[in-house]
Design a protein around this ligand. Sequence first.
Ligand SMILES: Cc1ncc(COP(=O)(O)O)c(C=O)c1O
Length: 424
Amino acid sequence: MLSTRGHKYAALDLAAGYTKIRGDLYDKFKHPNDLVCLTQAENFLMQKEVAAFVKKKCISSIDASVLSYHEGPFGSKRLRQAMSGFVNLHFSPATPTLAEYFSFVSGVTALNEVLALCLTEENDGLLMGMPIYGSFASDLPTKSDCRLLYAPFGDIDQFGLEAVERYERTLQQAERKGTKIKGLVITNPHNPLGRCYSRKSLKGIMRFCSKHNIHLISDEVYAMSVYYSDGRHPGFTSVLSIDPSGIIDHSLVHVLYGMSKDFAAAGLRLGCLVSKNAELTKAVRSLARFHCASPLADAIATTILEDKAFHIPFLQKSRKALFEHQIIATDALNRAGIPFSARPNAGFFLWIDLSNCLRGNGWEAEMHMQQELFKVGLEMSTGLAYHNERPGWFRFIFSVNRDMLKEGLRRLICFYQKYSIDIA
Ligand SMILES: Cc1ncc(COP(=O)(O)O)c(C=O)c1O
């Protein structure tokens, strides 16, 4: 017999995405007819390069200390120093970050669970925009029992200053219904829209959080994966780069970062909180006991972060590879007339609009379309999973190998031509 909690976790089946039977995955030569799976936001283009570096430089330099509990579960001092140096170099913080602001756990996923536990009471709310990274819906409330409130933006630009008013509206509505909002969560660069917030918009968001005395949690895991920028496509601005004086109490601002995306190393399972809030840092480090950053992963990440001669060209090469694949994808989508969310310049994905192919109304029709796509050998995350405002949108991952990208596009376009109402 399980506890009530145990039953709840079993029913949630958060492992379903991994246990689903997919058969072999597409390979141009070995499995040309098998599934093109575009659900995992990973930088598959750069994994081999990291693996080669790990074999050559990291494994050869490890010593027996990585097989001990080492310095505890929240990241060694050396790792925290290395990450603080990295952030100081690449995130342009308003004042240099110190190792003491950094706390590691086994991935940002674990960190989200920990943060929700530390920042909310049961039924307190965390605010976020629509659409947004789908796994917040499992990671934040599963243990904490907090609520997630999603602000719709309608036709306004959620990266503009006017979006703040929509957060305000959602907050007021929630509080009228008795939900106390404790924080606002953003992803910057945004998953799944692949865009960055401007400095002006971030300041507006910080002012909003300050006005309501709520936390700002800025998930910046794609910070170094901005593959293009110009006047219309702002590059990455970290909230750390904005001097909070006169805007917000710095103890309300928290940044999440990790090794999974920019370093193509999701398997390291390392994520960190950057916060000047000493009490929160203490609470997170307490719970890190249950989500220990492995000393072996810690040693590998430290070597990567300390080795600028490796990671600076690596990150440049990664951005170039991402840009090339984004261009292949957007060219093909444009030629086929498949719309996608405007001005993407960061991350591994495009937010594509297949609502023209919906058979029927609502989210059921979107689920049905996902099954139809699966039948033609293409799997993508749905708009529903990302809390989109309207059904029919999917996240198209382009950071897969070139053959898979081209085959994924081919299958998608065939599907669109067959099902699209305009063309039919
Ligand atoms: C915005 C965002 N945050 C966090 C994560 C998970 O990060 P980690 O692998 O460190 O758990 C992801 C992974 O897709 C993500 O897209």
